[in-house]
Ligand binder design. Structure first.
Ligand code: TMP
Length: 212
């Protein structure tokens, strides 16, 4: 591999992304690949500091537009310091959320214009676009129920109400429909962790770059 391979995991709340990222990471490591597990907002020291700012506090602490800027400030630092260096060393980067989350949460959910998000994405992500994006999809009520039972969720985003989360789900599905070469929808409500892991592996394995 010259450049590494970049996979982002996206979706609404409670879809089980984090568990699936860990499992995929173990599977790829067992194949002898060098794997970096990371997340957004966060993943670098500066971006984690911005995560604390963005995700803590009252629901209306930031407007959706300001949130977009915070997410993109964090993203730029993460790309420069963690993602791009890992890809340059031919590593596999598994990222829990990336640019599609801004388009879904702040755009579809929060009403920030597509033009503004397009401009941020073009200027800040540049060519550090994921090779593959898995969009974990499940009915909104089910996702929120699972997130609440987990008890470790960021209340600021998760207390926004059903309509917000429905717009979010529709937003992610629209991204998948608009960019079918990059995005695959995973039915996160298909069954237990093993069942969903099998769907993830079936999506990733044939797309991995071959050595030699
Ligand atoms: P997590 O719970 O998956 O770690 O994500 C943290 C929260 O941040 C989640 O509620 C989604 C939100 N978020 C955005 O609103 N915009 C973004 O661009 C990103 C990356 C996350």
């Amino acid at each position: 591999m010259t450049r590494g391979f970049f996979i982002s995991f996206e979706g609404g709340e409670g879809a089980g992304k984090s568990t699936q990222i860990r499992r995929l990471g173990e599977r790829l490591t067992a194949r002898g690949l060098q794997v970096v597990l990371t997340r957004e907002p966060g993943g670098s020291e500066g971006a984690e500091a911005i995560r604390d700012l963005a995700l803590n506090g009252s629901v209306d602490r930031w407007s959706p537009l300001t949130e977009s800027l915070l997410m993109y400030a964090a993203r730029r630092d993460h790309i420069e310091r963690r993602i791009q260096p890992a890809l340059d060393q031919s590593q596999v980067v598994l990222c829990d959320r990336f640019a599609d989350s801004t388009r879904a949460y702040q755009g579809a959910g929060g009403g920030v214009s597509t033009d503004f998000i397009d401009a941020l994405e073009a200027n800040i992500v540049q060519d550090c676009v994921p090779d593959l994006t898995l969009i974990f999809d499940m009915p909104v009520e089910e996702g929120l129920r699972r997130a609440a039972s987990r008890g470790d969720y960021e209340a600021r985003f998760e207390s926004k109400g059903l309509e917000f989360h429905q717009r979010l789900r529709d937003g992610f599905l629209k991204i998948a429909a608009d960019q079918p070469d990059r995005c695959l929808v995973i039915n996160a409500a298909a069954g237990d962790v093993e069942t969903v892991s099998a769907l993830v592996w079936a999506a990733v394995e044939p797309r991995l770059p071959r050595h030699g």
